[in-house]
Design a protein around this ligand. Structure first.
Ligand code: CP
Ligand code: NVA
Length: 308
């Protein structure tokens, strides 16, 4: 444990060079998985996974990844802990800091990620907040590297809500140099403050439109996410109307480059944000993308917990 921990609250906590180093190491770990050369770089350590929202991929990929690194995963469903009975988050942070070497935290408002990190002397990893989902972006960038080789200059079309995933793509674009076009309905555009931060990073380009076809024109990657995120369940009906015309279907994919691939962080709703023909079709890389959560997070944990 260190008194100045490295965190992953958002991608802004990583330098572009660190992102590339983590992705390269993730690919190496993918190849070495199950061999003696893989080793147990976090042997004897422990990592907590604290969940205030549902999770399938994040929980399983972290638990398995932590185990494969030689460490112990400890998963807590927040409502079943003393947090659910009013124990302050800052007390939880101080207690975790004495037990485990890092904590993965999935929550609602992003300020809770900041609060946990501020009171922790161990790394805090954002396992999804309403504002960002950085672990998913590491896996998505790994998927692009595997598919295309280099990241710089790739064109990515985001079709849908200006949500935590859209925000994370924006930061990634500014850090690794993607040409990102976001097509979001009126009223569902990303946060202007995140756009300003992403543009200030100085690499790539980010454009906003309300026209999915325009965003997808010639794109190497077309990606989307659910129309109602966790915590927005009551808006689901309203959003269904607002997002009409934003389904990624064969016609939209046909606007992309010939080599275009489709990504989705999952869970997906076939017939809403994506057609079954696209997500289950030949351009989809969603299963590779989901698997990459494992490799990317293992490399991330090793990077965050390295000495010095
Ligand atoms: N993509 C993702 O974070 O999935 P889960 O919500 O299942 O963890
Ligand atoms: N935007 C979605 C992503 C789920 C992985 C949500 O926050 O629910």
């Amino acid at each position: 444990m260190t008194s100045t921990p490295r965190h992953l609250r958002s991608l802004l906590d990583l330098e572009p060079e660190a992102i590339h180093a983590i992705l390269d190491r993730a690919q190496e770990m993918r190849v070495l998985r199950g061999t003696p050369e893989h080793g147990l770089p976090l042997a004897g350590k422990s990592v907590a996974i604290l969940l205030e929202k549902a999770s399938t991929r994040t929980r399983v990929s972290f638990e398995v990844g932590i185990h494969e690194l030689g460490a112990l995963p400890v998963t807590l469903i927040a409502k079943d802990t003393q947090l659910g009975r009013g124990e302050p988050l800052s007390d939880t942070a101080r207690m975790f800091s004495g037990y485990v070497h890092a904590v993965v935290y999935r929550t609602f408002g992003h300020e809770r990620i900041e609060e946990l990190a501020a009171a922790s002397t161990i790394p805090v990893i954002n396992g999804l907040s309403a504002l960002y989902h950085p672990c998913q972006l590491l896996a998505d960038l790994l998927t692009l590297k595997q598919e295309f080789g280099a990241l710089e200059g790739l064109s990515v079309a985001w079709v849908g809500d200006g949500n935590n995933m859209a925000h994370s793509w924006m930061l990634a674009a500014g850090m690794v140099g993607l040409d990102l076009r976001l097509a979001c309905p009126e009223g569902y555009q990303p946060e202007p403050s995140v756009l300003a931060q992403a543009q200030a990073l100085g690499r790539g380009s980010i454009t906003l439109t309300t026209d999915p076809g325009q965003a997808c024109e010639g794109a190497d990657v077309v990606t989307t996410d659910v129309w109602a995120s966790m915590g927005q369940e009551e808006e689901a009906k309203l959003r269904l109307k607002a997002f009409a015309g934003f389904e990624v279907d064969d016609a939209l994919m046909a606007r992309g480059a010939e080599r275009a691939i489709f990504l989705h962080c999952l869970p997906a709703h076939r017939g809403e944000e994506v057609s079954a023909s696209v997500i289950d079709g030949p351009q989809s890389r969603v299963w590779r993308e989901a698997e990459n959560r494992l490799h990317a997070q293992k490399a991330l944990l090793e990077w965050l917990l390295r000495d010095g």
